[in-house]
Design a protein around this ligand. Sequence first.
Ligand code: ADP
Ligand code: MG
Length: 376
Amino acid sequence: MKLASLKLAHFRNYEAMTIDNLSNVNILLGDNAQGKTNFLEAIYLLALGKSFRTNHDSELIESGAEEALVEGSFTRDTQSEIKLGLKIKKRGKIAYLNQLEQPRMSDFVGAINTVIFSPEDLNIVKGAPSYRRHYLDLELSSISPKYLNELRRYQRTLKQKNQYLKMMREGKSNDSIYLDVLNHDLAEAGGYLAWARSENIAELEQYATDIHYRLTQKKEKLEIVYLSEISCDALNSPEDAASALLASFERLSERELRQGVTIAGIQHDDLSFMVNGTNVASFGSQGQKRSVSISLKLSEIEVIKKIRHEAPILLLDDIFSELDQNRQTFLIKSFEQAVQIFITTTSINDIDTSIIEPPLIIKVDDGRISSRGKNG
Ligand SMILES: Nc1ncnc2c1ncn2[C@@H]1O[C@H](COP(=O)(O)OP(=O)(O)O)[C@@H](O)[C@H]1O
Ligand SMILES: [Mg+2]
């Protein structure tokens, strides 16, 4: 999977930008606040239909402009081409696949895959549980349109249920059959999501343990544990997980009515990362946490490769300067030649270019670019 060309119009600080002939290794070089991360964000948007930095699409539109446009031309390993486009308006966005408008975002998301490495990845390890749920949701949505649809359904139904519980508590409504319908819907969507999360974590862990062991020179054994409302034995199938969730809703129904809010559900799911048997979020050093986040991302690449039969595009945002030489080398060496990489940096000296193939250097200066080819 390779991005061949990218076109931006009124996107962030890019008024108009086109770049063709992108290379396998592309280095975005420039001072702070020039538009390097914005460039990566545009690629990420084409993969996931949403930003990794904001939930407010209007922030993506150049200030003063009405709408932004992001277009990318991708080549698959099979040589077939796909063109992806996103028109971002202040209220909503329109997705295009090979120039055709897509009625549902889930038909667009995941057409291509990316994995981003950024300093914020550390939050997946040490931040609040919501970071980890968000990470799982994004990762799973990008490889499974069904996951994305069920996630939307779960979030929508949860909102409806909470509104309804509130109304019931205030005595404004009392239709227990309607509540039953919502609970069934919620359990069905939630059961699927929990099952998919559990499968995905097991798969990630398989790779992560091995990668982490090598990354830490055989010092650390990493385990990833899925913490869910639903007990382990019910996670064998979406149906079993749904039944278990429904049972929780029934068990807690009085409390939910009293408090006017949903108590049970997968909206509280979490992950814990164990290194040599202890929780790294609580007891690990900063360096250990950093290593765990890298192992996790490298595993994500493997999961995508297995499902998609081709490597995702890698986006490395400012992470080289934070890594010591060992981990830098480990990271680069673990990407195969066939992988396309975009690396942002303020200084080319931060990158040991002897371990990568000759890069295309893209200078970024106040939303304008100039590129310098492989041979200078
Ligand atoms: N919607 C927008 N309209 C215009 N400029 C924007 C918009 N959003 C961000 N910017 C500008 O983009 C720049 C930051 O770009 P970024 O890619 O994060 O920089 P860096 O090169 O440090 O990665 C800032 O100058 C910011 O003002
Ligand atoms: Mg940046």
